[in-house]
Design a protein around this ligand. Structure first.
Ligand SMILES: [Zn+2]
Ligand SMILES: [Zn+2]
Length: 192
């Protein structure tokens, strides 16, 4: 995920990388919130150009992961994408005040502000690896849903309402829940 800064010109150059299984596992080491496996290779891409002394970068990530729906608990394939655009200025002799930024600048050759919009670079190449990992984690939903209007599971019988209805409206006598309902009915009647 390295961009050779010293070879950039004012006309944008394109870079793309495949986030394969090995990449995903290394990403997991820094972002433990990611799902354990990705379903397809993640595409990481970027266009870079010189803007005077600065460097303009724009690109993004897209891929498919397998997630568990927060309502019906079904596993489903979730396509995600996230884009970025930022401008880096030469760090010169400056060192970021925050230790994390300072570490990133010496390790990756760049550091970004909180908004991921602007930052500094140093050296002859920059490594976008950790920025891509952060983007993937930003792109994933906090509450995964197999579909926007997933009805989830029936509170009564646990049936997956996204797949089919359930008999809770009209309890069948051969269902174990009918027995429970009967017992509950007896208790209620016993209280009378
Ligand atoms: Zn669902
Ligand atoms: Zn039900």
């Amino acid at each position: 995920m390295k961009i050779p800064v010293n070879r950039l010109t004012e006309s944008p150059a394109s870079f793309s990388f495949q986030g394969d299984a090995a990449w995903w596992h290394s990403a997991l080491a820094t972002e433990s919130g990611l799902p354990g496996e990705r379903a397809e290779a993640v595409r990481l891409f970027c266009q870079a150009q010189r803007i005077g002394d600065d460097i303009g970068l724009e690109g993004g990530v897209d891929g498919v992961v397998e997630l568990e729906c927060g309502r019906c608990l079904a596993r489903y394939r979730h396509r995600f994408s996230e884009e970025f655009r930022f401008v880096l200025e030469p760090a010169g002799n400056r060192v970021p005040a925050d230790p994390e930024g300072a570490a990133a600048l010496s390790r990756d050759g760049l550091c970004l502000g909180d908004e991921l919009e602007a930052g500094w670079f140093q050296g002859s190449e920059i490594d976008l690896g950790s920025i891509f990992v952060e983007l993937v984690s930003l792109a994933l939903p906090v509450k995964p849903l197999c579909r926007e209007d997933c009805p989830g599971l029936c509170a009564g019988c646990g049936a997956n309402l996204a797949v089919a209805g359930c008999g809770c409206g009209e309890i069948k006598s051969d269902s174990p829940f009918a027995v429970l309902a009967g017992i509950r009915g007896d208790l209620v009647r016993g209280d009378d």
